[in-house]
Ligand binder design. Structure first.
Ligand SMILES: [Zn+2]
Length: 344
């Protein structure tokens, strides 16, 4: 999967980035603890390492996402109207979360991770011969959500890699960036958003890497590949809108996975250098909403999607809905992390 994603980035991202991207090696490393990271020295080629720990956190967050988004769909169905208030939604989902024991399951999985990393001696007596405690019931999660799993994982992985590549392209690590890439990225809206926000410099680097990784690498290369292969079923503008919306939940899941690992104290760098995950996701949705608005304002394509009229309205409200699911998932992770720290 990594080589497939890297090939796409090297071939379909904006041409100004190609010479720099061609020199970067990306690989998966067998470490349970660390996050993804990018490295570079003056002499050696820069490289990006994605750890097994990040992939296991990602799997956990995808399952969480499937359950919470299913609940959101249930709320919409139960209320027979398209826009329940945030309070209605929160109340319903919180009731369901208790019923489905999602925080308990999540904290058990975190326990398992800590056992694998630190060999916590209390783990085996607690859970021996009780493997059923680690399985989440499929009940209540729709086939539709399972159908999204592959796409979500793929986009989340693409975002991890895009974020780390962006650190190298932006010159945060060593000095490997070619002048054409520097010139190109200096005009990117990703830098404009972060320059206007008042952020500590370490946080600004992270948010710049998020926005550049998403806009200039993940989105740009996926769209360019679709375009060249002639695959845009709804017409170019509406297909771009659809792609932005698809990136939104994949990236939200990636940010949750990185948050989970950082919260467990397993990030390679000091956690305080990382911006709060809410700030990261808010910056990303701000950028996505701008992209959506711009395309909708200038398109000549009809306001019609696979589900009929009103496509632009549906697309415009998606980042907000994704944000709601993101907040619920993050709340569950926080509850689960608190439970873990309360074990004797
Ligand atoms: Zn970073």
């Amino acid at each position: 999967m990594i080589s497939e994603i890297l090939d796409r980035y090297q071939k379909y991202s904006p041409w100004q980035l190609h010479a720099t991207l061609d020199e970067i090696f990306v690989g998966r490393v067998n470490s349970l603890v660390a996050n993804a990271s990018a490295h570079g020295t003056l002499e050696a080629a820069p490289y990006v390492a994605i750890t097994d720990g990040l992939y296991t956190a990602l799997d956990q967050c995808v399952v969480l996402w499937e359950n919470v988004s299913r609940m959101q769909a249930e709320v919409l169905g139960l209320m027979h109207r398209s826009d329940p208030s945030d309070d209605d939604l929160r109340e319903y989902i919180e009731a369901q979360i208790v019923k489905r024991e999602l925080p308990e399951l999540t904290s058990r999985l975190i326990d398992l991770k800590l056992f694998l990393v630190d060999k916590d001696p209390g783990f085996l007596p607690r859970y021996q011969n009780r493997t059923e405690l680690f399985l989440l019931s499929r009940e209540g999660v729709s086939d539709v959500d399972f159908g999204h799993r592959k796409r979500r994982l793929h986009l989340a992985e693409g975002f991890f890699i895009g974020h780390e590549l962006a650190h190298i392209l932006l010159g945060h690590i060593g000095s490997h960036t070619k002048p054409a890439a520097q010139e190109y990225l200096s005009r990117s809206p990703a830098l404009e958003i972060t320059d206007n926000a008042s952020l500590p410099s370490a946080h600004r680097d992270e948010i710049q890497a998020d926005l550049t990784g998403y806009r200039e690498i993940l989105f740009a290369s996926t769209w360019e590949q679709m375009r060249r292969e002639g695959f845009h079923p709804l017409g170019p503008d509406r297909s771009q809108l659809g792609l932005i919306v698809q990136c939104a939940d994949g990236i939200a899941i990636a940010i949750l996975a990185m948050y989970l690992l950082s919260a467990l104290g397993t990030a390679p760098t000091n956690v305080s250098t990382h911006p709060h995950p809410n700030d990261r996701f808010t910056a990303l949705t701000t950028m996505m909403e701008r992209q959506l608005k711009k395309i909708i304002a200038t398109t000549s394509e009809p306001d019609m999607g696979t589900a009929g009229r009103g496509f632009f309205e549906r697309v415009s409200s998606t980042p907000r809905q994704v944000h709601t699911i993101y907040s619920r998932c993050k709340g569950i992770l926080e509850t689960a992390l608190r439970e873990v720290t309360h074990h004797p």
